[in-house]
Write a protein that binds this ligand. Sequence first.
Ligand code: GDG
Length: 476
Amino acid sequence: MSADLVIVANRLPVDRVTLPDGTPGWRRSPGGLVSAIEPVMRANDGTWIGWPGGDDQDLEPFEDDGMHLVPIGLEPDEIELFYEGFSNATIWPIYHDLVAKPEFHREWWDSYVRVNRKFAAKAAELASEGATVWVHDYQLQLVPQMLRDLRPDLRIGFYLHIPFPPAELFQQLPWRRQILEGLLGADLVGFQLPGGAANFVRLVRQRVGHKTHRDLVYLPDGRTVRAAAFPISIDAAGFEKLALTESVVARAAEIRQALGNPRRIFLGIDRLDYTKGIYARLRAFAELIEDGHFDVEDAVFVQVAVPSREQVEQYRILRDEIDRLVGRINGDLGRIGRPAISYLHTSYPREEMAALYCAADIMVVTPYRDGMNLVAKEYVACRTEDDGALVLSEFAGAADELRQAWLVNPYDLNGMKSALLEAYQSDEKDLTRRMKAMRKTIRQHDVAAWADSFMAELATFSHSTHAKTVRPARRS
Ligand code: GDG
């Protein structure tokens, strides 16, 4: 099997499940990346390489719903050192403004190098002559250069889904130079925001010593690498359609009813991650009740916290902290049948997510740092009646586009309280004006446009002489 388009991502777009007859099977994972990349995968008969989760080693390539999927197995020690360790306890906190303290361990780094090599070798084996390879995210930053060493004929793109930090933070990394050199193996390095691209180019100039001009890096071997922003988005039309289906509309009404039909429903939906600012937002909400601005008959906060990285210590600590906080707030402020916070530590199907978005009056998205934050965009896409308020952290990438949200600094508790209260008290006219503008933005920049613009830029920019052209997902 050899492919003209290869996607390399940490995870495959499917999860291992047990089918009703007891045999193991696969189910499409809910994430947005799949729907973003699927159209361009199909248009080019592409192959997707990734870890299926778990520590199964002997998985064969397979087809799922017309996509070629190639599993890469991780050994238990690789899951611990490469994935939980270097990816999620070194890179993740450094790239998110040191919200948690990163750990540096040489054996984590060694495992990161080994696993990146494994992914690069598989991509080199599967890519056809002159193929395009699109590598994703912070777990695989060394793959571009490893792959270029093996296959100089390829056109290589890299996209980072999380923020790329300023030099002051990045340079703490003992392996900073290797990571920059790894990324420079790509022809095009994509970031969520222009700031990330600028941080990268500045670091390359300072730390690796290459010549740069604006968004270009000139390598001694004559290659030029471009670093640019491609803000990711969602399948806006898909969410809008879902929000209008009868079953979702009915379920949204049922949710409001089950919550006791309060005047206002606040909603947070996040992976249970310390970057997301869940603790601070729940405190801000509770203080508004304590201060007497509204009570539990008027308002409820629904917080969905999707289980995430549960083997990493800092995530376990966070879970305990949130459990305690929710218990305390409900113990202090709740009444029978009326908790102040309705807390759900679970994940839901897409339809239930849409129903929650439709049921909520105020969506609260308050990360300390976030590459983009798709939940904010999904909420906007689901508000088909141009109502509902979005309270959004300035430090989420989405704040660059969703300027009409109530923008907040999540470190400023009083500021956050004021914004929540303003959103609670806002009138219909103001809500409509803001939501209309945000919906327009989301419709114009959907995820298909994101994938197409990255691929188009990669095709025009790449200097690989042998490279073939990749067909766009949408032909207009
Ligand atoms: C990273 C970056 C960047 C969540 N719970 C359920 C569920 N979800 C879906 C949401 C949304 C996605 O997962 C979460 O995306 P976010 O952007 O909010 O956050 P991260 O997971 O941290 O994603 C982020 C993103 O990559 C893309 O580049 O925006 O900054 O950190 O689509 O809907 N989906 C379903 N059930 C759930 O319970 N079906």
